[in-house]
Design a protein around this ligand. Structure first.
Ligand code: GUN
Length: 282
């Protein structure tokens, strides 16, 4: 029986740690604040944004909401960000993605001051992660490192395989595992003989975007399996990119879906907001 990595409990511990530090900051007259911008009313984004605001409320971080109509122009949106960049009462700026097609996501992300880039999506943040400079790390891969470490698993010297090469998960994940002295391989849709590579993995991070794609036959006996996917199955039940039923018996430890990686993203966002507020008041 594998260890089931409890992302809900671990994310709760992190939120409680943040909450305690926010309370201390408040005693010094510092109140961390996050500006959350949601363009339009995409239902999935509304749920995500709602959860982020709830976490702010829990940890004591002020959330300031901006919900412009989906017809807002790119330059109008950039103007909002510009104002938030110079607003000393705002420590973090989050623009919920995806944005409407007429707005360039990369331009919008580039407009956010790197000091307030709590999502860690700015090219300066990505570059800092690459070179080992200080900067914000994207929340999902940062949360995965916490899951691994807080389960008592050492990354150093391990064969780490990441499936997926997105800027938000795969690439920063690989950098973080490398920083922990793992030996890292990135696989993607053009990888040949995926199974021969995943079978080597001591730590396997799956962000492939296909429900239950990675079954037990892809997994080495005793591996740590981290499932980033989340899908609504035929039976309306949530499932990940990993076929839990066949993967779990092979694994040393595995994340469930839901309740694994998912809750960690918001917890790490709260941590980044706290760090932004601390840095702004140093
Ligand atoms: N859309 C889906 N996930 C995310 C995220 O982590 N941050 C932002 N800003 N948008 C998202």
């Amino acid at each position: 029986m594998a260890i089931i990595i409890d992302g809900k409990a671990i994310s709760q511990s992190i939120k409680d740690e943040v909450k305690a530090e926010v309370a201390e900051l408040k005693e010094q007259g510092i109140t961390p604040a996050l500006a959350v911008i949601q363009v339009g009313s995409d239902p999935a984004s509304t749920v995500y944004v709602g959860n982020k605001k709830k976490a702010c409320e829990y940890t004591g971080i002020i959330s300031k909401s901006f919900n412009p109509d989906e017809n807002i122009t790119e330059s109008e949106l950039l103007a909002i960000i510009k104002e938030l960049n110079i607003d000393p009462t705002v420590n973090g700026i989050l623009v919920q993605l995806p944005l409407p097609k007429h707005i360039s996501e990369s331009k919008v992300i580039a407009a956010i001051s790197p000091e307030k880039d709590v999502d860690g999506f700015h090219v300066q943040s990505a570059g800092a992660l690459m070179t080992g400079e200080k900067g914000f790390v994207p929340c999902t891969p940062a949360g995965i490192i916490e899951l691994i470490k807080r389960t008592g698993i050492d990354i150093e010297g391990k064969e780490c395989v990441v499936i997926g090469r997105s800027n938000i998960v795969g690439k920063p994940m690989a950098m973080l595992l490398l920083k922990e002295n793992g030996t890292v391989t990135i696989c993607h849709s053009r990888t040949k003989d995926l199974k021969s590579i995943t079978k080597r993995a001591d730590i396997l991070v799956v962000a492939i975007g296909k429900p239950k794609f990675i079954d037990g036959s892809y997994i080495k006996e005793g591996a740590v399996v981290i499932d980033v996917g989340i899908h609504r199955g035929e039976n309306k039940k949530l499932c990940g990119d990993v076929d839990f039923e066949t993967a779990e018996p092979k694994a040393y430890a595995i994340t469930p879906v839901p309740g694994g990686v998912g809750p960690m993203t918001i917890a790490m966002l709260m941590k980044n907001c706290l760090e932004a507020a601390k840095a702004a008041n140093m």
